[in-house]
Write a protein that binds this ligand. Structure first.
Ligand code: ADP
Length: 485
């Protein structure tokens, strides 16, 4: 029997498709970019038809490369850019406006007003989120002010599911629903009061399903036979957590991309953070519900881009490791990479980067090393906040994203956290998470244990720095971080 899953990763700048089997062999992949639309300052849109067409093109390329008969696909998984909001006409299936992207800030005033009305605390308690234009509810509100009709709302997972099933299924998964400000995090159901508060009629909302079940089957999709089950869905960061097989409380993953995203599994209760983190659904699989703390830094790998493009001390990002390795330490230089303000847990948009401790002996190598250390300290701050909230230490940090290839950075991260770090062989963890979810519902993987066995480590980093030194380094970082505000 075939055990091939088609995993679709619908991201912010491109749509990708992968064919993956039980042993995590990637048999084919395809990728297509689409337009970013900026109608006004602070507004970011995508054309949902382009999202759809680029997804189909990615699937077509993936199948062509794999030379696989699509009849061998046993299930389809979807992971997606989260919060991005699409409204379409239920009868024609046509979007009524562009998708409003997660980065879009057009509803800032609406959020400010709701805050002034004193509603933030209650909203936070129910949803685990903060009142911010980032999340979907005020985006839906904006669209409804401008358009009437028999409408359906969906985040991108939901829109793709609708299209893949030929307009038969209108559903989403609980992780995506947990990013709308409309879902009661405890019950995993749409909340009547929240819907009223944001003026959203409940009949436009998709059904909230688990992350792993057969939602429907393909119908009239170009390039795919009818009848393939769509069987797994999760937002991109949750998919990465699943793709990293973080199924136990206290496990966490950090994605080192342009910015960073950390999710920590916090168990079966949706605890609220006292340290500037949001609470989100990690996954719902069968009757099993798990929650996570989420924190992100605006700058991670982007600090290395700045060394390349701003300072021009390296030619390509991967050169940073060799440069930083020329010196045994940063020679007292501290680099706070707050280049575009500070995200979690500090939340200070006005903070700016600082480089301190420069002497006549400072070289490009010291600056490069301090930049890598600054990236690691930023993750340390987020993880420390999480650890304080849960009152337990971290067992392991699993890593992915472009900058996780950097061994020096990973070793320093392990040192400063005093926690082991584990880097997987398959670093496309979002894609893998969606594949696991779809494979779980279609019998490719038996259960979460079976998934854990498929997940393979490529490299393990154990802390080497002495406790006293960690203490000194952290104190210094905190002192200098305070000067960035
Ligand atoms: P995104 O998905 O946000 O585009 P990626 O996961 O593709 O990001 O990672 C790209 C980022 O990783 C870039 O910011 C780049 O500077 C950084 N990067 C890539 N390779 C390395 C490396 N070897 N060491 C440190 N940073 C790196």
């Amino acid at each position: 029997m075939s055990n091939t899953i088609l995993s679709i990763d619908q991201g912010t700048t491109s749509s990708r498709a992968f064919l993956i089997d039980h042993d995590l062999n990637v048999k084919g992949q395809g990728q297509h970019e689409f337009r970013q639309i900026y109608p006004k300052s602070g507004w970011v849109e995508h054309d949902p038809e382009e999202i759809w067409m680029s997804t189909l093109a990615a699937i077509r390329d993936c199948l062509a490369k794999a030379k696989t008969d699509p009849k061998n696909i046993v299930g389809i998984g979807i992971t997606n850019q989260r919060e991005t909001t699409v409204l379409w006409d239920k009868k024609t299936g046509k979007p009524i406006y562009n998708a409003i992207v997660w980065q879009d800030r057009r509803t800032t005033e609406r959020c400010e007003q709701l805050k002034k009305d004193g509603l933030e605390k209650e909203i936070r308690k129910k949803t685990g989120l903060v009142l911010d234009p980032y999340f979907s509810a005020t985006k839906i509100g904006w669209l409804l002010e401008h358009h009437k009709g028999d409408l359906a709302f969906g985040t991108v997972d939901s829109f793709l599911l609708w299209r893949l099933t030929g307009g038969v299924v209108h559903a989403t998964d609980a992780t995506n629903a947990s990013r709308t400000l409309l879902m009661d995090l405890q019950k995993c159901e749409w909340d009547d009061e929240l819907c009223d508060l944001f003026h959203i009629p409940k009949n436009i909302l998709p059904k909230i399903c688990s992350c792993s079940e057969i939602y429907g089957t393909t119908k009239n999709v170009a390039g795919l036979p009818d009848g393939i089950p769509i069987a797994g869905m999760a937002g991109d960061q949750q998919a990465a957590l699943i793709g990293q097989a973080c199924f136990e409380e206290g496990e966490a993953k950090c994605t080192y991309g342009t910015g960073s995203f950390i999710l920590m599994h916090i168990g079966e209760a949706p605890q609220l953070s006292k340290h500037g983190l949001i609470t989100t659904l990690a996954y719902k699989i069968g009757n099993q519900i798990a929650y996570a703390f989420e924190g992100s830094a605006f700058i991670a790998g982007a600090a290395v881009q700045w060394l390349r493009d701003g300072l021009k001390i390296i030619k390509q990002a991967s050169d940073v490791e060799a440069l930083a390795s020329q010196v045994p330490d940063s020679g007292g230089v501290v680099f706070v990479p707050a280049l575009t303000g500070l995200g979690a847990p500090h939340w200070n948009p006005n903070a700016r980067g600082t480089i301190t401790g420069i002497t006549r002996g400072t070289t490009a190598a010291h600056i490069a090393r301090a930049a890598l250390e600054g990236i690691a300290f930023s993750q340390y701050d987020i993880l420390e906040a999480m650890i304080h909230d849960v009152g337990k230490s971290l067992t392991v940090l699993k890593v992915d994203g472009g900058a996780c290839k950097n061994n020096l950075l990973m070793q320093f991260q392990s040192d400063i956290l005093q926690v082991p770090i584990s880097r997987p062989r398959m670093v496309e963890t979002t894609v893998l998470g969606a594949a696991f979810l779809a494979g779980l519902a279609t019998g490719v993987w038996k259960d979460l244990n079976d998934i854990k066995k498929s997940w393979r480590e490529e490299k393990h980093f154990t802390p080497r720095m002495k406790n006293e030194e960690v203490k000194v380094r952290v104190e210094k970082w905190e002192k200098i971080l305070g000067r960035s505000f």
